[in-house]
Design a protein. Sequence first.
Length: 151
Amino acid sequence: MALSKLASLYRAVILDHSSHPHHSGTLNGTTPLEMNNPTCGDVIRLFLHINDDGIIEDISFDGRGCAISTASASMMSDVVLGKTVTKALKLSEKFSQLVQGEEVEKTEEMLGDAAFLNGVSKFPQRIKCATLAWNALKKAVVLNEENDQGE
Ligand code: ZN
């Protein structure tokens, strides 16, 4: 595939997620985790429902952000839904390596459409846009575990 064609395919996937984000909205009965990226002005509120087996049973997000942050939140939600929190944290780690330009194996298999964001590594100021949703996920999972221990 010609390089320019590949680039436009990547752009198309990212634009599709940002204009029609999957799992956008709120979840009743869950407290959202809010996080922002002051560099760009992106804000995300992430809603997670983790069941007793540690599986992400439901996920949604709202807020406002640039195309990359919204697309990334949509892709992240697709990927981690139905996974264990342990697996989700691992994927978050992989994603952060990917957008920082590190070699990551089997990106599409593990990260789904989020693998299309690897080009962000060439734009350091956009890395925070791409990782915002994934960092919110990490923080939400940690908080959830702390709450569980408190019960
Ligand atoms: Zn942004």
